[in-house]
Write a protein that binds this ligand. Structure first.
Ligand code: NAD
Length: 282
């Protein structure tokens, strides 16, 4: 039987509707600052989506389009100002940044309670200690999509392909926190199929089109494809969707899977950041 398709767009839409409804009745609106440096076309698309989502959700949104050659000092100054603005609850600096800017330094300058991307060492460290304040939106999206199938994560063999600080590692940590037995594969893993073949849950975040073939997937597995790759003008994931869906139990499409869900999770994080701001101002 072919896999059930996990409709990330539909699930994300209902989450956004719920947020919109909550925000409608709020006197103070959640505030999100979107900072973009230069004109990377992919980043532009992502920031446009985030701005659209936040406006539709009824948030207060400030967008900063900064020149490619902005100095690190000026960028840090802006983040510091946003950290201090009471109407801004979440600060997001779109990555990647131009080469002359130190991404870690800039990301780390965002106050933890305003770190809606969950990328600062403090946010990631607290995730590691099972004392999460803000978890990265894509990892949250992957977990939510797995849970949307009704399959219990506890006790399952979960394999995450990719070990980046913003997707692979936080996803692995969240699966571990939910009592899965977790294996992380990466570019230096030998015989990756040996691991993926045993996965009841397979999350793929490598950025390599067609990395996961039908032969690498266990029958009935939940397959979450985080990858976004442009091939011949088309967006594809890391999984050979057409073939893998013949063996998987559940699978996310690209586009329409993790992408829209990540956007919804970011809006949830911003709402959470507003709640946190009350705690931190006491
Ligand atoms: P990254 O480049 O930082 O990390 C990629 C990881 O994949 C690395 O850990 C690397 O070891 C591993 N890898 C690379 N080639 C491999 C191979 N042949 N076999 C096994 N592992 C391999 O990328 P990232 O930021 O983690 O993003 C991963 C993918 O997810 C990209 O395609 C990115 O565009 C996508 N992404 C999607 C969303 C979304 O919302 N859907 C969000 C973030 C990232």
């Amino acid at each position: 039987m072919p896999a059930k398709i996990i409709d990330g767009s539909k699930i994300a839409k209902s989450i956004l509707e719920e947020i919109k409804h909550k925000v409608k009745n709020m006197k103070q609106k959640p505030g999100l600052a979107l900072v973009m440096v230069g004109s990377n076309p992919a980043s532009e698309v992502y920031v446009n989506f985030k701005e659209k989502d936040s406006k539709e959700a009824g948030f207060y949104c400030e967008r900063y389009n900064l020149k490619e050659d902005i100095s690190e000092m000026d960028l840090l100054k802006l983040v510091t100002e946003l950290n201090q603005k009471p109407e801004i609850h979440g600060v997001l600096v779109q990555l990647p940044l131009p080469k002359h800017l130190d991404e870690k330094l800039v990301t780390n300058s965002i106050l933890p309670q305003k770190d809606v991307d969950g990328f600062t060492p403090l946010s990631l460290g607290r995730l590691l200690c099972e004392d999460t304040i803000m978890a990265p939106a894509t990892a949250r999206a992957a977990i939510n999509l797995i849970e949307s199938t009704g399959i219990k994560i506890e006790g399952k063999n979960a394999v995450v392909v990719g070990r980046s600080n913003i997707v692979g590692k936080p996803t692995a940590l969240m699966l571990l926190e939910k009592n899965a037995t977790v294996t992380v594969c990466h570019s230096k893993t030998k015989n990756m199929a040996e691991f993926t073949k045993k996965a009841d849950i397979l999350v793929v975040a490598a950025g390599r089109p067609n990395l996961i073939t039908k032969e690498m997937v266990k029958e009935g597995a939940v397959v979450i494809d985080v990858g976004i790759n442009r091939v011949g003008g088309k967006l594809v994931g890391d999984v050979d969707f057409e073939k893998v869906k013949e063996v998987a139990g559940f699978i996310t499409p690209v586009p329409g899977g993790v992408g829209p869900m990540t956007r919804a999770m970011l809006m949830e994080n911003t709402l959470k950041a507003m709640e946190l701001s009350k705690k931190f101002s006491k």
